[in-house]
Design a protein around this ligand. Structure first.
Ligand SMILES: Nc1nc2c(c(=O)[nH]1)N[C@H]1C(S)=C(S)[C@@H](COP(=O)(O)O)O[C@H]1N2
Ligand SMILES: [Mo]
Length: 442
């Protein structure tokens, strides 16, 4: 405690008027330099108010509270780190009525709390068809067989010996937004859009493994199968497998999480979540698709004429505003930084436009670096809110020129029978009191 006090004495100004005089100009200059472009004049009263609050609490900024008067826990107090106790509400959530069981279900990423493009491993959305298996990496094997010259049975150690790559990609379940096809019904960003997450994946190019086994001349398809109780299996065109698919064991600097397929998972960049087979145990090479349950009974799109589209793998450009949103209301008129995510399975996002009046006028948003292909991309825009009701929207365009559609445009073609691939423009209604609601424009 002695040490704490002395250290504090050296670093922090004394609690007197002098201190407030020292601190106040610093705040103002920081503010002028960094935030001037964002309407400094309107934000200034906000900062002044927080200084008043500090003074009211009897502590002059930067203060000298309990934690500055003592020594905290030492190293390896937490051998595996975890978030601050003050962010304990930033968690994955599920919609209890959505599925009959938790084993065949989904949890959603709290996108309203995600800073930057990487989803924390503990917050990556989960989608299980038969729960989360506990796979022993020492006993796990990957079998590669079928139309190949040299079938292979690989251990995890074998897989780690191949040349490695790291890539940042999103995964989105095509059912993301599926509950909103008919009407806006979930008043929550987490539940309308939280079946998308983004990570840096590390592993082996699938093409490297396919080179190793030697693909026969007439091979056209690859079946990927999981080791979970569902044995989730999907047919993929060989062309995509040779292009950019990865077999990964790393996720954001550590081993894949059990939720994401530990110890081994297939990453199919930009394609629907369900083909990114987790707990990957088998790759079979063939000359035609297998028409498994997951690509016939499930994951097809029922069109208005009663026919179903199968093998609709691509994730088309999509975006959503993450601040403000129903979970993150605004407080009073003034300048805000609108924040959101855009992504496309067809490559890079080239631009995002935002509207404050339900799509009548549009403003170009700023894209934050890095802007990577088939990855979440951060966009921001300045919003001067006059305190009147507003309708916020974002609309993404990708490098192929594809423009994110409205829900009305989507329904014209696809009707309302399906549940998959709702990449429509989201509308958030901001009321005069700053509260935000999930609405649909007719
Ligand atoms: N083996 C296996 N792989 C699987 C699944 C599964 O249930 N079993 N779910 C799929 C579905 S439907 C999706 S959307 C993604 C979700 O990946 P995540 O749980 O890492 O977010 O994994 C896919 N891979
Ligand atoms: Mo999914």
């Amino acid at each position: 405690m002695e040490l704490g006090r002395r250290a504090a004495g050296m670093l922090l100004p004394a609690r007197d008027q002098e201190a407030t005089r020292i601190v106040a100009p610093n705040r103002r200059s920081l503010f002028k330099g960094g935030l001037a472009a964002l309407g400094g004049a309107m934000l200034a009263p906000l900062l002044a108010r927080s200084a008043q609050a500090d003074a009211a609490s009897g502590e002059f900024p930067p203060g000298d509270p309990d934690w500055s008067q003592s020594v905290g826990p030492g190293v390896v107090d937490r051998p595996y780190g975890r978030p601050s106790q003050f962010v304990k509400d930033v968690i994955r959530r599920n919609v209890p009525w959505l599925t009959a069981t938790k084993e065949s279900s989904v949890s959603f990423t709290p996108l309203q709390h995600q800073d930057g493009i990487i989803t924390a491993n503990g917050l990556f959305f989960e989608r299980y068809h038969a729960g989360r298996p506990t796979v022993d990496p020492a006993r796990h094997r990957l079998l590669i067989h079928g139309m190949v010259d040299r079938p292979l049975l690989l251990t995890m150690a074998d897989i780690r010996r191949f040349p490695s790559v790291s890539r940042i990609h999103f995964i989105e379940c095509p059912a993301n937004g599926g509950m909103e096809w008919r009407a806006a019904q979930l008043n929550s960003l987490q539940f309308t859009h939280g079946m998308v997450s983004c990570a840096e994946w590390t592993g082996v190019r699938l093409s490297t493994l396919l080179d190793e086994v030697g693909i026969k001349k007439n091979a056209r398809w690859v079946l990927a199968e999981g080791a979970d109780g569902a044995h989730m299996d999907r047919s993929l065109p060989l062309e995509k497998c040779l292009d950019d698919c990865l077999v990964v064991y790393g996720q954001n600097g550590e081993a894949l999480r059990p939720e994401q397929g530990f110890p081994l998972r297939l990453i199919v960049p930009g394609w629907q979540g369900n083909v990114n087979v987790k707990w990957l145990r088998r790759l079979e090479i063939g000359d035609q698709p297998w028409f498994t349950r997951e690509e016939t009974a499930q994951y097809t799109e029922l069109m208005p004429d009663g026919k179903a589209r199968a093998f609709t793998w691509l994730i088309y450009a999509k975006s959503v505003i993450t601040f403000p949103c129903p979970e993150m209301p605004v407080k009073g008129a003034g300048v805000y930084e609108i924040r959101g995510f855009a992504w496309s399975g067809r490559g890079r996002i080239t631009h995002v436009d935002v509207s404050f009046d339900g799509g009548i006028n549009w403003t170009r948003a700023r894209l934050q670096e890095p802007v990577l292909p088939k990855a979440l991309t951060r966009f921001t825009a300045e919003w001067r809110w006059d305190g009147k009701p507003a309708l916020l929207q974002s609309r993404a365009v990708d490098e192929t020129g594809y423009v994110q559609p409205t829900i009305a445009e989507l329904r014209k073609i696809r009707g309302v029978n399906g549940i998959y691939n709702n990449n429509s423009v989201q509308t958030w209604q901001v009321k005069a009191d700053g509260s935000v609601f999930d609405v649909e424009l007719g």
